[in-house]
Write a protein that binds this ligand. Sequence first.
Ligand code: KIV
Ligand code: ZN
Length: 388
Amino acid sequence: MSERVIIFDTTLRDGEQALSASLSLEHKLRIARQLERLGVDVIEAGFPVSSPEDFRSVKAIADTVTDSTVCGLSRAVKADIEACGAALKNAERSRIHTFVGTSPIHIHKKLRKTESAVIDLAREHVRFARNLCDEVEFSAEDACRTEPDFLCRIVEEAILAGATTINIPDTVGYVVPELYAQMVDDLMNRVPNIDQAVLSVHCHNDLGMATANSITAVKHGARQIECAMNGIGERAGNCALEEVVMTLATRQDYLPYECGVVTEEIMRTSKLVRDLCSMPVQPNKAVVGSSAFSHSSGIHQDGILKAQNTYEIMTPQSVGLKENVMNLTSRSGKHMVKNRLIELGYREDEFDIAEFYTRFIDLADKKGTVYNDDLIVLMELDGENVAD
Ligand code: KIV
Ligand code: ZN
């Protein structure tokens, strides 16, 4: 059996942070139930200390979800961790995710502390969290701009203190795949107790590389990917869940790892998040955009009609769609038009495709997309082709 990559979903935490209106408890619960059905391993449900409503939502999710671990976020601050512990108390499996900034800019400008004080904070708060939940995750915030020796030191200390997941977030979406790979290699080779924790990645998409960075990190030894449905999250968003999951699903030759996501639930989850978060999905968004399985070029349409994988690397059914979409335009060929007429119920002896196609192109040139209703009208306009 192949190794597993843990899918940690942060739609309800990092994703929700980026919305103009916060989600209600009821909506958060609906999304959490769907994420559980989707099969994610961990649901990061919120940041309980941030507001009474967020506390209530995390608690309601922890009280309800049974198949996924429920996680709450906390700074390396006792009150945050206590709030997490209280919100997660009834969870079937609970995780506290505590973080502290580790890059020079975070340590000196934001926290106004020394490196050793930050190590103390990490050690002390991981230890404190350990008694309030089943598992503790530690994040070295802004890891990609952190000095490598310091990163190794703080990771080692967090593991000694009891963290079982170590996350190295690209908080500002700054890293590129090759450099992220070097970071992961460095941690794997230099942190003596790294094998006692799962290495996790959390990539932001400021330069559009969140998925590439996450996948590269897995190739180099990371075994948890933090991601959000439709890629929502701070600024340009988080790594998109659907992209990493479908990369794992379609590229087993390159990444022979399994994950627990039921890919057929992807579209349903995407639409729910889109609607409840009032966050539209761009049409050409990978995997879940409305054009992700639609074909317009005549050459592509003809290829697909002959063998679906000529122009599709995954099936629409594998992400929960009924079928792909063939847009009829002036670029569509005779083969495609004829196929659509037959799908609409016309018999081959009811039309002369060469003649019909000339009229179709005429209309498509004027109109752009030709819909099924247009085809029916076009058939009826030609007296000779109207069925008796
Ligand atoms: O981007 C980030 O660094 C975060 C941490 C809290 C993990 O969201
Ligand atoms: Zn983040």
